[in-house]
Design a protein around this ligand. Structure first.
Ligand code: IMP
Ligand code: MG
Length: 180
């Protein structure tokens, strides 16, 4: 599959992403106003660019931690089975926590991660996803903040990969296969 030739059509520009993050950062600051510490939890690897830009817009006392879940491998197909490959380093009991996801697709990943983190009794747990594909949803879950709703397209860039490639694109593009 990854060897099939494809092109990437630009869907969301770097400028639009930056503007959207700036706007959302104010809503997050309002939600967590007065917090002593906000633990921002990125879901590896797809959220690494988003979390880097987001935390730099947040005028709050922030710590950063990461969770890694099992991915789709090298396929564009979803999997209902979510495994934790890397857990948080820090304790979140009684803490304010913001989970940062790249895309909510079927929703199984976010559903599983939120259940796990909620079981550790944080004070307040919120979620932000850069992208949402509502038409693909299987798990009953929504991020508290979403950057952009997109149609059922396979996207890459801004941290998001296709078979580990294209994470370094500064914009979000959709994959279009050129043969087959
Ligand atoms: P979910 O568990 O189906 O919601 O899948 C979430 C994860 O699947 C995201 O964090 C992405 O890593 C990956 N994913 C979903 N859609 C895409 C896509 O269009 N391109 C690349 N990765 C995707
Ligand atoms: Mg992901």
């Amino acid at each position: 599959m990854p060897d099939r030739p494809y092109v990437i059509d630009k869907l969301i520009s770097a400028k639009s992403i930056a503007a959207r993050i700036e706007a959302l950062s104010h809503e997050i600051e309002a939600e967590f106003a007065g917090t002593k510490k906000l633990t921002v939890v990125g879901l590896l690897r797809g959220s690494f660019v988003f979390i880097a830009d987001l935390v730099r817009e947040l005028d709050l006392p922030v710590e950063v931690d990461f969770v890694e879940t099992s991915s789709y491998g090298n396929s564009t197909e979803s999997s209902r089975e979510v495994r934790i490959l890397k857990d948080l380093r820090g304790d979140i009991e009684g803490r304010d926590v913001l989970v940062v996801e790249d895309i909510v697709d079927t929703g199984h990943t976010l559903f599983h991660v939120l259940n796990l983190l909620n079981s550790r009794r944080p004070h307040k747990l919120r979620t932000i996803a850069l992208l949402d594909k509502p038409s693909r949803r299987e798990a009953d879950i929504r991020a508290d903040w979403t950057g952009f709703e997109i149609p059922d397209e396979f996207v890459v860039g801004y941290g998001i990969d296709f078979a580990q490639r294209n994470r370094n694109l500064p914009y979000i593009g959709k994959v279009r296969f050129t043969e087959g």
